[in-house]
Structures are given as C-alpha cells and as structure tokens.
Design a protein. Sequence first.
Length: 222
Amino acid sequence: MDPLLVRLGRLDSCALSDALDKLGLTGAVTGIHRVSTERQISGRVVTVRLERDEGRPAASRHLGTAAVEAAHSGDVIVIEQRTGIDAAGWGGNLSLGAKLRGVAGVIVDGPTRDVDEARSYDFPVFARDHTSRTARGRIVETGTNVAITVGDVVVSPGDYVVADGSAVVFVVADAIERVLETAEAIAGRERAMAASLREGAPISQVMGKSYETMLKGTGQEE
C-alpha cells in the first residue's frame, strides 16, 4: 500500500485541519456528516459533479457509475450536488457496487438516500443531508474526475481526503507530504498532552502558552 495513504489513515480530521492552518493552506469542510457507519475514511479522491437537469437529454448511464468503475480499491468518491434541489446524489445500489469495488467510502456535498441500505452493507457514506427523492428528472451528472467544489474548497481528482465525526478535510496532492509531516508532529504533541493529563498535570499547565502558540509559523513544531 502507498506509504502516504498509510500515514494519512492514522490521522484524524482535526490534526490535518491544524496542519493546514499552520501551513497557510485550506481544505477543511464542515457540515458533512456520517450517515451510515461510525468509521473514519481516508484515501485518494475520485470526483463527480452533478447539476440541475434543465431538460438535458437522458443520460446513457446512471449518475455515479462512471466514478465507481474508475475507482481503485481504497479510493473515496466525492460528489458535488450543490443545486439546492432535494434530490439524492447517491443511493443504495451505488453503495453496493462501490463496496464490491473496494471503494473506501463516499462523500456527498448534498443529499443522499437509501441510508439504511448503506448501513446494511456497512458502507461509509458522508452527506450534508438525506432524502427519499430520486435524482431522475431532477439532477444529472455533468462530469467525472473533474475539478469540483465541496463547501468552499476546490477538489481535484487524485487529491487526498480524511472524513470522520468532526469534519471532512481535503489535501491537494502536491502538498500531501508536508501536510502529513506537520499533522504527525501536531498529533504527537496532542498525545503527549493527553499523557500528561493522565499523569495528573493541571490542565491549565498542559493547555498553556505552548499549546496556544502551537500553530504559529510554518513547517515543524517550534
């Protein structure tokens, strides 16, 4: 397995978000929630862009299927469904097909449906909302593996992502090594603080000036 993906999978969204702050980068997206499992997911991104139907000719294939077939084991499918229309950007058969393909999970910037079905497959789906309404006649796929926008973050195919109970955090591919290095240092610092608390150190001492200044500057921890 790619060593970068192994390292990414050991980090949570908060450590990555702090690393992005420290390095002056963006990538954290709030308001997207786990809807089908309690697991964290991480991996490289395969993107899907969905837009209003607006009378376009009927698609030759169901939305999301091209992304499932393009994905490699461990990839994460990320879907832009920012139309404002109450229509699902993902559903049950897609969850099954993606699981069988080895996809790590799906992130939808918009509604998803068939949540109970995804749960029965133990397949991780993250979404802004859930609905029963079909995409048919409402939204269509207008791009696979193209640049999309999730929250206020531009996401490109091959970027990296971690999604957990706190947030979804994207890292552009060309910054992954320095973000991982910085996030690992921050996570190590947090573990040391937790150990000090368990040993009886006062919390005001543990979370004092050194904690408040931890993200200042760039690069490694001071």
